[in-house]
Design a protein around this ligand. Sequence first.
Ligand code: SAH
Ligand code: SF4
Ligand code: F3S
Length: 514
Amino acid sequence: MNEEQRLQSQQVKTVDPSDKKSEKDYSKYFQRVFMPPSMKDAKRRGKEAVKYHEDFSIPEEFLGMGKGRKFYIRTYGCQMNEHDTEVMAGILMQLGYEPTDQPEDANVILLNTCAIRENAENKVFGEIGHLKPLKMEKPDLLLGVCGCMSQEESVVNKLLKQYQYVDMVFGTHNIHRLPHILNEAYMAKEMVVEVWSKEGDVVENLPKVRQGKIKAWVNIMYGCDKFCTYCIVPYTRGKERSRRPEDIIQEVRQLAAQGYKEITLLGQNVNAYGKDFTDMEYGLGDLMDDLRKIDIPRIRFTTSHPRDFDDHLIEVLAKKGNLMEHIHLPVQSGSSEILKIMARKYTREQYLELVRKIKKAIPDVALTTDIIVGFPNETEEQFEETLSLVREVGFESAYTFIYSPREGTPAAKMKDNVPMEVKKERLQRLNELVNELSAKAMKKYEGKIVEVLVEGESKNNPDVLAGYTRRNKLVNFKGPKSAIGQIVKVKITEAKTWTLNGEMVVEREAVEVK
Ligand code: SAH
Ligand code: SF4
Ligand code: F3S
């Protein structure tokens, strides 16, 4: 069969993903699944209410599918992507598969991809190429591409054309369908493609195999409706939909009971939490206020959007306790004109006003951010406004990026008169400032005593322990291995640009704790 015939034969079986049939109805199509993504569908935001499925379970006929087989998952994206990997690992283990950290030993390899910038995508295509010899050597190996890239039409078309040895492509909305997709892939000769472009549902009771026993991710909402003009996420993650508070509270309680010390609430725009509830007024501030009463030492959240950051949340965060005084608050640009074209829906002044409010309520807060340089037609003056905002806020660290056009987004259609050389030079100037501010923030810790949640041995030296402070600063220090998993006090002896060095102190020495 040539390429065209192959595509045609699959096209015949196309299922319209916007056709809201029950799961059972889909089954008749499952002799050969071809459900490609549609960026157009992904853009539509329906008014229909979120459906909650409390009943995830693995059909009996699939149990044991993974007996004697191993899986390997590589994760490329953000925390949400990492957490999706934990869910897929949970499902695979319920199916009887065992994990391996060696792709060569695996019977199923999944690449959980990220689409945020072009270089993220290039890395994945490179990796799929590297895996070809392994796939040829082991015909029974199943190779799957999932995550945000698989939600893009252009990516799926490229896989169908150039990487026909990939066995499965599935999206971010249908991870819970993994058992069916695997089953189909074992039976089918062609690539199994199942990507739902529109999905308004929340599936509860998904199994999860968390990495580590100290820190855990907890999703509080999915999707994003902000449609910043440069960003692919609203297309790859669907509409904003919140988990019910009782489900989140129960998950956090369980994690606390299992001995976890820190949880991070996840969402692309956590400040929009609860906006989709039709039966009650309940936002992130309310959720944090309920969660802080749970006996778990540390609670964080990411990522905040300045637009929806309300006074009630600030008030609740100011109560501190197990709510950490660190807020990641992406600004993207310091120029109101650029912010407008980015459709961020706040101005430089509004952002600075929010920062003032936060600092007034939580004077020792650590603020970090994300910044894009070289947005189409950004002028030198506009870029300098970003530098001056960064200095004015005094961010303690920042993720900085050169703008990367994403196919299908409005910004990708804009003409751009900024040469790449200029963008690179701006990134370098910005990074120098960010480094300077980070070093300054770190210096303040010298001689102080901080609380550190010890995560384990330092990467470079097994004799040194490493962990994070309340304000998310990495601390390396000498201490007994028994401290791993505990919150201990450490006296900072030396500040570096990005990390702190220190010595563990015994309780009675503690004077001032930062
Ligand atoms: N939901 C979060 C961000 C998720 S993506 C928020 O709104 O803050 C993480 C970061 O990647 C963004 O904050 C932005 O700085 C960057 N980013 C997103 N799209 C990008 C693009 N097309 N080019 C370069 N950087 C981008
Ligand atoms: Fe992307 Fe904007 Fe949504 Fe963040 S808020 S995920 S930058 S569209
Ligand atoms: Fe990447 Fe998707 Fe996260 S595009 S940043 S993995 S939501």
